[in-house]
Design a protein around this ligand. Structure first.
Ligand SMILES: CC(C)(COP(=O)(O)OP(=O)(O)OC[C@H]1O[C@@H](n2cnc3c(N)ncnc32)[C@H](O)[C@@H]1OP(=O)(O)O)[C@@H](O)C(=O)NCCC(=O)NCCS
Length: 183
């Protein structure tokens, strides 16, 4: 599957993406707030193996896509929508970009497109995301794409030796701006 935005292509991962993925996934600044990483080369191999397998499962629950800058045909990140409950039509999204691509609106552009896909193509009712309260860029992305803060989970994850809080953001299909925004 492929999704196109104004400046980006969201496409399936390939084994040959290893070097490009590993560049950002092994960067401690990039993974500072993530619940994974920094990746070893074998972590990145495992990620690519899993996502390419998940892409062929039926029904598909995990849509992990490479974020490609169309102008330079360069893989700059990863974005994912994971259906966590089919009966409740609910999914979660997450995203990560190479540091050199931060601050250009790419994450918001990719995430709004994935929300459209989840609501329009998969018929989901609710899409949520969690992030570290100190991750200002990510909380801003979630707000910009029309998600609302639903909760603050205290000491929710034990990461790299300490407890971390998580904010929960979500959008509903029937009152989300993605429904009105032209792609
Ligand atoms: C989070 C991430 C994907 C954002 O990507 P991005 O392409 O830079 O995001 P966008 O450009 O679409 O939007 C970022 C917004 O945050 C704002 N922002 C960035 N850093 C900020 C800071 N320290 N304080 C306040 N706002 C900040 C930007 O100004 C922008 O808002 P604006 O459009 O109103 O000016 C990127 O920083 C990243 O990959 N981080 C590491 C991985 C990560 O944390 N993933 C999310 C896990 S929940």
């Amino acid at each position: 599957m492929e999704l196109s935005t104004r400046r980006l292509l969201l496409r399936e991962f390939r084994a040959s993406d290893h070097a490009a993925v590993h560049t950002f996934a092994s960067d401690t600044e990039v993974t500072h707030y993530t619940d994974w990483g920094p990746n070893s080369p074998s972590d990145t191999t495992t990620f690519l193996t899993e996502v390419t397998q998940d892409a062929t499962s039926t029904p598909r629950h995990r849509f992990a896509l490479a974020v490609v800058n169309r102008e330079h045909n360069a893989l700059i990140g990863s974005i994912e929508l994971r259906v966590v409950s089919t009966s409740h039509q609910r999914a979660e999204i997450g995203y990560v970009l190479h540091r050199h691509s931060w601050g250009k609106g790419y994450a918001s552009e990719a995430a709004i497109t994935l929300l459209h896909f989840g609501f329009d193509e998969l018929g989901l009712h609710k899409i949520s995301a969690t992030c570290d309260p100190n991750n200002a860029a990510s909380t801003r992305v979630l707000t910009k794409i029309g998600m609302r803060l639903e909760g603050h989970l205290r000491e929710h994850l034990h990461l790299r030796g300490r407890w971390r809080d998580r904010l929960v953001y979500a959008a509903l299909s029937d009152n989300h701006p993605a429904q009105d925004t032209p792609r």
